[in-house]
Design a protein around this ligand. Structure first.
Ligand SMILES: [Zn+2]
Length: 242
């Protein structure tokens, strides 16, 4: 039963990435204008979910959880720093940069894989944590599909190729969910805890360093409200699920 949940909810998260790809191909103007609301909301969910659910649960399962979360946050920072070093100089020409594009793609792929792992590890701990993990992943997967497409198109790839690469990013989530669930037994709670900590570091990084700076660019009161509303979701979900 738990395995079916992992498969179902992992696939749902993957579908959200596919929807993001579809939006940027078919409804680019609408997406550019409205995605910021979803981004605001999901930044709140990711932050709150990491602090309220993921970190305490990880700490319950493994003593080293907070240290691993810190390492994970820093590793994502260094990875992204290495990736953005190659972007074009301000005001200069931006030639398509295949290496940069491919490395960025690998970064997104790894991130999506970890999104899957947190769903798998979440269901390993409990149904409620599995559902909450799915929710946190699901909400930011749509913008992720959009950024995957944007990176590939900016890198000079054709729409067809960009879709192909982005679909791999989408597939990484259900794949990560199923593999982690199958590999993690209930006996190995220390490892589950460490994986939840890695995911918390990744979520905190995405929220604080990718999503919130994006919100700042178009900040309105509505965005602040949506971020706070998102931060309330994990608390409301606790009441409903636990
Ligand atoms: Zn993600």
């Amino acid at each position: 039963m738990a395995f079916l949940n992992v498969l179902l909810f992992g696939s749902l998260a993957g579908l959200a990435t596919l929807l993001g790809i579809y939006l940027i191909v078919k409804q680019e103007k609408w997406a550019q204008k409205n995605l910021i609301y979803l981004i605001s909301f999901s930044a709140g969910v990711l932050l709150s979910f990491s602090f309220v659910h993921l970190l305490p649960e990880a700490l319950d399962q493994s003593k080293g959880a907070l240290f691993v979360a810190l390492i994970s946050f820093l590793a994502f920072y260094i990875l992204e720093h290495a990736l953005t070093l190659h972007t074009c100089e301000e005001g200069g020409e931006c030639p398509p940069h295949e290496t940069f594009t491919l490395v960025s793609w690998v970064g997104l792929f790894v991130h999506s894989l970890i999104d899957g792992v947190v769903i798998g590890a979440g269901f390993e701990v409990s149904f409620a944590l599995g559902i909450l993990s799915t929710l946190a992943v699901l909400l930011h997967e749509l913008p992720e599909g959009v950024s995957s497409m944007a990176i590939m198109l900016y890198g000079g790839y054709s729409v067809r190729e960009a879709i192909k690469y982005s679909v791999w990013v989408a597939l990484a989530t259900p794949f990560g969910a199923v593999i982690s669930f199958l590999l993690l037994g209930k006996t190995n709670s220390g490892l589950v805890g460490l994986l939840l900590a890695v995911a918390a570091g990744s979520f905190l990084y995405v929220a604080a360093s990718d999503l919130i700076p994006e919100i700042h660019k178009k900040s309105r009161v509505l965005n602040i409200f949506l971020t706070l509303l998102g931060a309330l979701v994990p608390f409301i979900a606790t009441f409903l699920l636990v």
